[in-house]
Design a protein around this ligand. Structure first.
Ligand SMILES: [Zn+2]
Length: 170
């Protein structure tokens, strides 16, 4: 703020970059990200990543929230950009604190969605996109939280007999 060099100093029990001249404190906060769990029947839409981290792995369409949009709008946009699908939000499944993206820690808003239009087509950041049966997912799932989201979805789907019923309930 005043162009003076920041030094790390303990504040509230945490080492933080602090300005000794004007007292500015640089607080590091998690970012907000959104994830679209797009389901159709017992199938869920995944994207094969073309970029790091987890290049070549299959993940749920997700990304950081833009400043001008809500978490739900971010999920809808990510589904459009990465998979070419227009989706409708059914419900918020989870909010997860995620640490396995080295770029930034984030609170990930996980939305259950269903496709209402568009055409399945991989976006610029993706090598491929496809629907997989929740019972036969690819081995290389990227991000620890994606594995947990898909495990939870499979469990809920088996309890509900079919994803359709899970979707119908929402
Ligand atoms: Zn300063």
């Amino acid at each position: 703020m005043c162009a003076h060099e920041l030094r790390r100093a303990p504040l509230d029990g945490v080492e933080r970059p602090v300005c000794s001249r004007c007292g500015f404190v640089l607080y590091a906060n998690p970012a907000s990200a959104s994830c679209a769990v797009v389901v159709a029947g017992r199938d869920v839409c995944l994207v094969k990543r073309k970029i790091e981290p987890y290049r070549g792995h299959w993940t749920l369409p997700a990304g950081f929230q833009e400043y001008h949009e809500s978490p739900a709008q971010a999920a809808i946009r990510e589904a459009r950009e990465e998979c070419g699908l227009e989706v409708e939000i059914l419900t918020l499944l989870d909010v997860m604190y995620t640490t396995d993206d080295a770029r930034k820690r984030a609170n990930l808003n996980v939305y259950l969605c269903r496709p209402i239009g568009g055409e399945l087509c991989a976006g610029d950041d993706a090598e491929a996109t496809a629907f997989f049966s929740i019972d036969h997912l690819p081995d290389s799932i990227g991000f620890q939280n994606n594995q947990k989201i898909l495990n939870d979805l499979r469990e809920r789907a088996s309890n509900a007999a079919a994803l359709d019923r899970l979707v119908a309930k929402n």
